[in-house]
Design a protein around this ligand. Structure first.
Ligand SMILES: NC(=O)c1ccc[n+]([C@@H]2O[C@H](COP(=O)([O-])OP(=O)(O)OC[C@H]3O[C@@H](n4cnc5c(N)ncnc54)[C@H](OP(=O)(O)O)[C@@H]3O)[C@@H](O)[C@H]2O)c1
Length: 247
């Protein structure tokens, strides 16, 4: 694997946290970026254009992380088209919410959230892990949530998916550490994105010691650090980034 061109893949890189992570990984660490998205091709192209305008390299890669067949096919095709490339950084960021009290929660809302955040981690990471093991270096960063750490009322599905992702992070970290691959989770609190745009920030910020929602750039800086050589001895960790909120 010596001499291979090294790439970073960010799922859900078209908007929000994922977009900021794509831009930061290209700018700060110089990775060519694979910008994954599900449906919003315009935003994905915009992420790519920003990276290129900053002097970086990027390509967009459309697949739905919750669809194992589609994800597998796209990643295997990418590999065949890039025989001299290796995806050495994987940021499992794609996630959705379908909030509601458990009592009223439909099976579909439970399933879609688990399929995206938790099964998406499996669907994306599984086809890439063997290459990483052979490469003897890698960074896997899973975007979890404060909900997966403490549980959030009205988000039993999302809390379960993110808690599951944290468990998988800790287990996989132990399995691959000998090959110099680190696996960590980042657990954001309230971050200003489309996902939280319906929330009343002026009310909710009273619950946050730092008295504001976080920015996508703040999360991206943390992900960049974990993706860098500077974080070589950190693995199996869950790093909270929430402005001081603890239950
Ligand atoms: N915002 C917060 O306060 C917060 C807090 C804690 C954790 N998080 C987590 O951080 C991650 C990013 O959240 P965000 O706030 O940036 O969300 P967002 O603004 O809603 O963006 C979500 C991104 O994920 C993509 N995506 C969704 N489902 C997908 C799928 N099945 N396959 C591929 N891509 C998919 C979307 O792509 P398309 O646009 O193409 O659909 C979009 O790029 C999520 O995992 C979320 O749970 C967010």
């Amino acid at each position: 694997m010596e001499g291979k061109k090294k790439y970073a893949l960010v799922t859900g890189g078209s908007r929000g946290i994922g977009k900021a992570v794509c831009i930061a990984l290209a700018k700060d660490l110089g990775y060519p970026i694979l910008v994954n998205y599900r449906s919003d091709s315009e935003s994905a192209e915009e992420t790519k254009d920003i990276i290129v305008a900053n002097g970086g390299e990027a390509e967009v890669l459309q697949f739905d992380v919750s669809n194992q067949i589609e994800t597998n096919l796209q990643l295997i095709t990418w590999r065949e088209q890039h025989p001299t490339g290796v995806i050495e950084v994987i940021v499992n960021n794609a996630g959705i919410t379908r909030d509601g009290l458990f009592m009223w929660m439909e099976k579909d809302d439970w399933k879609k959230v688990i399929d995206t955040s938790l099964n998406g981690f499996y669907n994306v990471t599984k086809p890439l892990i063997q290459d990483l093991l052979r490469h003897r270096y890698g960074r896997i960063i899973n975007i979890a949530s404060i909900s997966g750490v403490k549980g959030t009322s009205g988000q039993a599905n999302y809390s379960a998916a993110k808690a599951g992702l944290i468990g998988a992070t800790k287990a996989l970290a132990q399995e691959v550490a000998r090959r110099n691959i680190t696996v960590n989770a980042v657990a954001p609190g309230f971050i200003q994105t489309d996902m939280t745009s319906g929330l009343d920030e002026s009310e909710l910020k009273k619950l946050i010691p730092l008295n504001r929602f976080g920015t996508v750039e703040e999360v991206a800086d943390l992900v960049c650090f974990l993706a860098s050589k500077k974080a070589s001895y950190i693995t199996g960790e869950v790093i909270n980034i929430n402005g001081g909120v603890y239950s």
